[in-house]
Ligand binder design. Structure first.
Ligand SMILES: [Zn+2]
Length: 128
């Protein structure tokens, strides 16, 4: 982890943010601060502050988690096959610091058809 040591992250993050981003946790639906958030701006990684998603691609999926139809830059995340819990899902991680962000599904709106289902605890927001 070149940008932050684990110890620094421990100080910087809340226990919930740490659990989600470092231990692949999932926040309870309808509990996060961004699922019902519609300001204009950019959502960044809570750990390394890299820009990940734009408010222009955010949509209300009804799932209780912030949902985006696209990533701001494809190289800012990495996608990993996740077969845990008996599901075949694709995990989304920050490409810069490896923080767990959420999962991506193929039932999103046009034009991408993608639904990036992201934990609020993995994100910070910068108003534009
Ligand atoms: Zn990051």
């Amino acid at each position: 982890m070149p940008y932050n040591t684990r110890m620094d992250l421990n100080k910087k993050l809340t226990p919930e943010q740490y659990k989600v981003t470092q231990q692949c946790g999932t926040e309870p639906p309808f509990s996060g601060k961004y699922y019902n958030h519609s300001e204009d701006g950019d959502y960044v990684c809570v750990c390394c502050e890299q820009i990940l998603f734009s408010s222009t691609t955010k949509f209300d999926s009804g799932t209780g988690w912030p949902s985006f139809s696209d990533i701001t830059k494809i190289e800012s995340v990495k996608l990993i096959d996740d077969n845990s819990y008996g599901y075949i899902r694709i995990e989304v991680r920050c490409a810069k610091c490896n923080a767990h962000l959420g999962h991506v599904f193929d039932d999103g709106p046009t034009p991408t058809g993608k639904r990036y289902c992201i934990n609020s605890a993995s994100l910070d927001f910068i108003e534009s």
